[in-house]
Write a protein that binds this ligand. Structure first.
Ligand code: ATP
Length: 248
């Protein structure tokens, strides 16, 4: 258990400490006593079947939802604190930009309130990287779903967060954009927690996997361990689906 008297001290070696966290919705135990520790600069994928509790877990970590029980600390700070928010870049599953602002105005507004260094340079960089330059004056609802996702992705990382927390970040993106995003994430000097159903994304972006099932953590280990479990005879996907069924 974490020490209560130590809970708000900055701890730059641990991006996330999550201890015995519970979240219920009526009779549903969406998160059922989960413990997770993520070290600074570690890259972790969160896997689990539909309804396993991934989004709820990520919302709790990002400070969007309060757990019923348990403790969560981001670099030693409560998720709702200004200190934790400074570290976090959060891309929700159903991300939406400000609909009354243009693409460029969204980047400018979020970049500025998140105190981004050289914000104008960053805006140009992301417009160029994500091929949004020709759409910079458009309002989000006039964009395709994929282009809107590109904007949301840029908004979540424009301030170069130390801890990127992302729910299905590559949803709707075309293959060339996915490749550019893979390259960019690789260069980011950040901790990553990425929720995804797509194992190839987990393998490209992370080195460690946490598997949830029915609100519980059922497996945690390196991607390499999953490959070893598959022993060249099974697919990693089949190993992961077996592990997802291991609920005690
Ligand atoms: P998916 O892969 O389908 O997105 P998930 O692993 O992200 O699923 P959650 O969205 O965290 O799962 O949901 C976990 C459980 O909590 C599900 O049974 C879901 O129906 C329930 N749940 C989540 N949010 C709410 C809510 N606001 N009200 C009631 N039940 C909820």
């Amino acid at each position: 258990m974490l020490q209560e008297d130590n809970k708000d001290k900055e701890d730059l070696s641990n991006a996330l400490m999550m201890d015995s966290v519970v979240k219920t919705f009526g009779d549903i135990r969406a998160v059922d006593g989960i413990n997770i520790q993520i070290k600074d600069r570690e890259r972790v994928a969160l896997l689990g079947e539909n309804g396993a509790g991934k989004t709820t877990t990520i919302k709790i970590i990002s400070g969007l939802m309060k757990p019923d029980k348990g403790m969560v600390r981001i670099y030693g700070h409560k998720p709702s604190s200004i200190e934790a928010k400074r570290y976090i870049g959060y891309l929700p599953e159903d991300a939406s930009p400000y609909l009354n602002l243009s693409v460029r105005e969204n980047l400018d507004y979020i970049g500025t309130i998140r105190r981004t260094e050289n914000v104008q340079e960053k805006i140009e960089f992301f417009l160029d990287l994500l091929d949004l330059k020709s759409m910079e004056k458009q309002k989000p609802l006039t964009l395709s779903r994929g282009n809107r996702q590109k904007l949301c992705l840029a908004l979540s990382i424009i301030h170069e967060p130390r801890f990127a927390i992302m729910d299905e970040p590559l949803n709707y993106l075309d293959i060339p954009t996915q490749e550019k995003v893979f390259d960019y994430f690789e260069k980011m000097n950040a901790t990553f927690l990425i929720s995804t159903h797509i194992l190839s994304i987990a393998r490209r972006l992370t080195e460690k996997v946490i598997i949830l099932s029915s609100g519980k953590k059922v497996w945690e280990g390196q991607i390499k361990e999953l490959e070893d479990l598959a022993e060249g005879t099974k697919t990693i996907e089949s190993i992961v689906s077996e592990l997802m069924k291991n609920v005690s």
